[in-house]
Write a protein that binds this ligand. Structure first.
Ligand SMILES: C[S@@+](CC[C@H](N)C(=O)[O-])C[C@H]1O[C@@H](n2cnc3c(N)ncnc32)[C@H](O)[C@@H]1O
Length: 271
């Protein structure tokens, strides 16, 4: 087992994404708390818009619940859109969301280190908030480069190493996880600081954007919903969200509870 839960295959292929619930709750908790920072799917589509024509083939790798897939489908209307993920449950969600929005696209269950796609088949690829699950993200970038046509583009997205450190301090201060600040960053393998180097191993970086996102949790219940669904902490409580909220209510000063993360985007082309 890796010390970093985002790099532990038992968790990545198990509790984290076996069903879509945990990801949906974590994403919703962050979304509701966000007070600064653009919508990432929108930024990705904007970066691709000038480079993806209606006849294009686009691949969304590590597509998760398909938020970016959906936006690509409805905004860019590529000829072929393929959503790839290692979680069957999440691909079912993507399928349903695409159908519900009248979007077109197919899904493939695969490991992004071994994409079941032909060489030079795609005009564009996206890998958003997923390559930090790889201990060898450059190998996944090599796979993306292999599948891109010459001059095809990729948008790679990740977060900074210091994302949400305010919450590590908070969880440690209230005694819920005495080692919270000593645990490695969830993003240690692929983050804002090494994004350019890793993208540059097999692609030519054209543009990079770093944007700070700020989150204000309005009450202890909303904060507890996030803390109970991130794998960073080792908190053992029976009914996690309710009990966490009770502990937090007792120990914390009045809300809001503020935290930050830098979201970084690299636009890169296959040479
Ligand atoms: C945080 S979600 C990212 C969701 C999505 N890209 C977005 O921007 O909303 C990370 C996703 O990466 C997927 N994943 C993790 N390791 C993978 C691998 N080796 N191959 C394919 N998908 C993987 C997970 O199943 C999960 O759906």
């Amino acid at each position: 087992m890796s010390a970093n839960p985002f790099l532990d295959p038992a968790l990545v292929y198990g509790d984290l994404y076996r069903t879509g619930n945990r990801l949906a709750e974590r994403t919703l908790a962050l979304h509701q708390a966000k007070v600064a920072g653009q919508n990432a799917a929108q930024v990705i589509v904007d970066l691709l818009a000038r480079r993806v024509s209606p006849g294009a083939v686009v691949v969304d790798i590590g597509c998760g619940r398909g938020t970016t897939t959906l936006r690509i489908s409805t905004r860019l209307r590529p000829e072929r859109l393929v959503a790839v993920d290692s979680s069957v449950a999440l691909l079912q969600t993507v399928h349903a969301r695409l159908a519900g929005a009248g979007g077109a696209g197919s899904t493939i269950c695969a490991d992004f280190h071994h994409l079941p796609l032909a060489d030079e088949v795609a005009d564009a690829a996206v890998a958003a908030f997923c390559l930090y699950h790889s201990p060898r993200p450059a190998a996944a970038v090599a796979e993306i480069a292999r599948c891109l046509r010459p001059n095809g583009v990729a948008v790679l997205v990740t977060k900074s190493l210091d994302s949400y450190t305010e919450l590590d301090q908070l969880v440690q201060a209230v005694g819920l996880d005495p080692d919270a600040t000593r645990r490695p960053s969830l993003y240690e393998s692929f983050h804002s600081g090494n994004l350019l180097d890793i993208a540059g191993t097999h692609l030519t970086v054209l543009d990079v954007l770093h944007e700070q996102h700020v989150f204000e949790f309005a009450d202890v219940t909303r904060l507890a919903r996030y803390l109970a669904t991130t794998p960073k902490y080792q908190i053992s409580l029976a009914n996690e969200t309710a009990e966490l909220a009770a502990v937090l209510r007792e120990q914390l000063p009045a809300p809001p509870y503020v935290t930050r993360s830098t979201v970084s985007y690299a636009l890169a082309a296959r040479p």
